[in-house]
Design a protein around this ligand. Structure first.
Ligand code: SF4
Length: 228
């Protein structure tokens, strides 16, 4: 194993251990939400530190939303964190409009094959006026997205079927952030909670409209049995 791989393994073990410790005090759903919120802050700090260290220049700007039409992989706890945020901060009309977009996305996805779904740009239901309406609780896979070249993002957005378009993420930041995300999933699993990776569009409507999903999750069961 190379030195960088060894460092990634150490970072994985450290992050997983921290998530397990943070989930432990009560071992309940609330503790998991707090643990994941802390992990998100660590991910933010790590990404900023590595980008600064590498003196990498990002091309991400307010109002640039190419990456908000791609498939978002999430954990159940991330979906429920978004739900709590929406329930406590959105007006009824904002929530209705968001859920209407979510239902439309879910209906569209249900008509697509897996391969077609990957190749279809679908603006996220939480994207509002070209920015994320749940930014502080956005999933880790959104949090880790960054670009050193907006031209590549546009090219990928305009040609979703073209696998030759290069990824414009900073390679080291990408590797470190994916390691941290995998470690969080493993920490959640070892803490006895659902660690399934879901497609946000598949599960978000159920999270809001079917309270059994969250209660199943709180009992350590699979939150969305028909998905993931
Ligand atoms: S949750 Fe926010 S950041 Fe993630 S895809 Fe949706 S709008 Fe974009």
């Amino acid at each position: 194993m190379g030195e960088f791989q060894e460092q990634l393994q150490l970072a994985f073990d450290t992050e997983k251990g921290q998530v397990i410790r943070d989930c432990m005090p009560d071992g309940d759903a609330e503790a998991v939400l707090v643990a994941v919120a802390k992990a998100s802050k660590r991910l933010n700090s790590t990404m900023i530190a590595v980008l600064n260290h590498a003196d990498a220049k990002l091309d991400c700007r307010n109002g640039c939303d190419y990456c908000c039409s791609f498939k978002v992989e999430v954990g159940a706890e991330e979906v429920f964190a978004i739900k709590h945020f929406v329930d406590s901060t959105f007006t009824p009309s904002q929530k209705d409009a968001t859920l209407e977009r979510a239902r439309a996305n879910s209906k569209l996805v249900s008509t697509l094959s897996q391969s077609k779904r990957i190749l279809t740009n679908i603006p996220c239901a939480f994207l509002l006026d070209r920015s994320c309406s749940v930014y502080s609780v956005r999933p880790a896979m959104c949090r880790k997205l960054h670009s050193t070249d907006v031209k590549a993002c546009k090219q990928s957005f305009d040609n979703p079927a073209d696998a030759t378009v290069s990824n414009a993420e900073h390679a080291v930041v990408s590797a470190i952030s994916m390691t941290a995300i995998a470690a969080v999933r493993e920490g959640i699993k070892e803490s006895g909670f659902d660690s399934t990776i879901y497609d946000l569009i598949d599960v978000v409507v159920d999270a809001f409209e079917n309270p059994k999903c969250e209660s199943r999750w709180g009992q350590g069961k699979k939150a969305f049995p028909g998905s993931g």
